[in-house]
Every structure is written in C-alpha cells, then in structure tokens.
Design a protein around this ligand. Structure first.
Ligand code: R5P
Length: 292
C-alpha cells in the first residue's frame, strides 16, 4: 500500500494545523473533542488514516493537562486506526521546565511526558523553542526543536522599528538576542534577571545604555508576564523611547498582557505556537519545512 501524508487537526491547535496543511497542500483530518460531564476527555478521529503517515498538530499550552490527555488519546487512536506512523507537531511543549530533580523525590516531568507520548504511539516530535533543549538527548522519541527567533524578528522588522537595541532576560536569552539582532542588523545586550526561590518573584537589572533608543525585548515565553513587565519598567525608567515585547510562546496567564502594557510596552507580539491575541508571527512555514 502506498503511504500518504496527512495532517491531523489536533483539537488544541486547529488554526496552525490548517496553515501547515495549506503550506504543504496536504489533506486535513479532523478531530472531534469534547468533555464528558465528569471532566474526562473524549476524542474521535474523523477521517481515514489506515496505512497512512500522519502528522498530528497538537500544542500543549494551557490547559496543559487536558491537552496532554487529548494528545495521548488522539495519537493512540490514530495508531489503532492503522496509521503507519504518527509524527507529533507540538508547537508549545509543556512541562519542559521541570527538566531535572531539583528536590529529592520530584518527578522529572519533561521526560515523563516524552515517555508517555512514545507509549501512545508517537514516533517523532517536532517542537518550537523548547524550554530545556538539553532534555532532547535523553528523550525516548526523536525530538526536532525548531528555533522561531528569526520568524519573530522578521515580524518585529515589519512593525517598523529602526535599529533597535535587542535585550533578552536571563543567561539563556543572550543567544536569542544575538540571533534577533543579526536579523534586524542591530546590536544586542543582556538583562540580568533572577527569580527568587522563596517567593518566585522576579528581579531584573539593566546595564545597557537604552536612553533615547527603541528597545526590543525578546524571550522564549511569556507566562505570568512578570519578567517582561519588570524588563519594560526598567528600560523605560532608563529612557527607552519605544519598547516592543516579542516572545515565541505567549501563554499570557491571568492578566499578563495588561501587566506588560501597564508597565509601558508599546507593542506586544508573539508567534502562533500558542493561540493568543498577539500571535501575528506564524511558525507554519518553519514547521512545514520539517515535514516530509
Ligand atoms: C525563563 O527562563 C523564561 O525565559 C521566561 O523569562 C519566563 O519563563 C517568563 O515567565 P513569566 O512570564 O512568568 O515571568
């Protein structure tokens, strides 16, 4: 039997699945999803996949636990219905922060999730800017981690910034800032950021000379918005004239976006790995280039 490649529209990322299928001109298979009255998840694959290679597009953004169960059920169902292989496109990989045992007895969630996916029949994972790339080597399934910094930076360019200073919080952010700066043909610096182990609060310190400049703050993820809000406040205090906030994954937990705007951000933008009101930069083309 000749194997056909189909895109399965996982219930957490339907828009991105449609964009990827259009990029590749591939047939889309729908997934029906709902909750039982007691809260359990129901999924039904609405199409034929027997003998076919399928790419299941299904992010693990909030509500993560529900999305994880739905992903597991969908992958298992696809295999049960005869799919010859299941590649999972997980644009936002949840649980990636707990990548080691910080305290004795803790679950190493990042690996636990990958083990569960393998057991559910996933052959390979494609993800975007995973929080802990170092877990990939330990994963029981092959994981391709795509860097969307370039796509994000191109959209920042379209927002009309002129030679901005690129800043990124945290040690890991330096690489991201350097990459974004190379796309925008400008300079970059680092923002020192620390999260207290006691109360989880974030403190930042900016040494860069931001006076009179447009500043673009880049990060892999905005969750509660505290890190970005603190960075925006700090650069505005030091005289930045315009501040653009750009992140790959926009979770915007609670009032994160209001918090960042109240701190003085002039523009917020993210990719569409997580559906949100600021997801202007699509990763569909990038992801599509890894399928086939
Ligand atoms: C930290 O390593 C990340 O790059 C982000 O800065 C952080 O996870 C953002 O979290 P929040 O929005 O809750 O401050």
């Amino acid at each position: 039997m000749v194997s056909v490649l189909k895109i399965v529209k996982g219930c957490s990322s339907p828009e991105l699945a449609v964009k990827i299928s259009r990029f590749l001109n591939l047939e889309l298979v729908d997934v029906e999803a709902r909750q039982f009255p007691d809260g359990e998840s129901y999924v039904r694959v609405d199409g034929s996949v027997g003998g076919e290679e399928v790419v299941l597009v299904h992010g693990l953004h909030p509500p993560q636990d529900r999305h994880l169960v739905q992903l597991m059920l969908t992958a298992d169902c696809l295999r049960d219905l005869g799919a010859s292989s299941v590649k999972a496109v997980i644009p936002y990989m949840a649980y990636a922060r707990q990548d080691r045992r910080f305290k004795e007895g803790e679950a190493v969630s990042a690996l636990a999730v990958l083990k569960v996916l393998k057991a559910a029949g996933v052959d390979a994972v494609i993800t975007v800017n995973i929080h802990s790339p170092w877990i990939i080597d330990k994963s029981p399934v092959p994981v391709k981690n795509i860097d969307a910094t370039g796509v994000l930076a191109s959209y920042v360019l379209q927002a009309g910034v002129e030679k901005p200073l690129i800043l990124s919080p945290g040690k890991k952010g330096v690489e991201m800032a350097a990459y974004a700066a190379s796309v925008l043909e400008t300079d970059y610096a680092h923002v020192e950021s620390r999260r207290s182990l006691e109360d989880g609060r974030v403190s930042v310190s900016v040494d860069a000379d931001v006076g009179g400049r447009e500043v673009v703050l880049v990060d892999d993820v905005i969750s509660t918005g505290e890190t970005m809000a603190k960075c925006v406040e700090a650069v505005k205090r030091r005289g930045a004239v315009r501040v653009v906030v750009a992140a790959v994954h926009g979770l915007f937990v609670g009032s994160a976006s209001e918090r960042i705007t109240a701190a003085g951000a002039d523009l917020i933008l993210t990719t569409d790995t997580v559906p949100n009101p600021y997801d202007v930069a699509s990763v569909a083309g990038l992801v599509a280039s890894q399928i086939g």
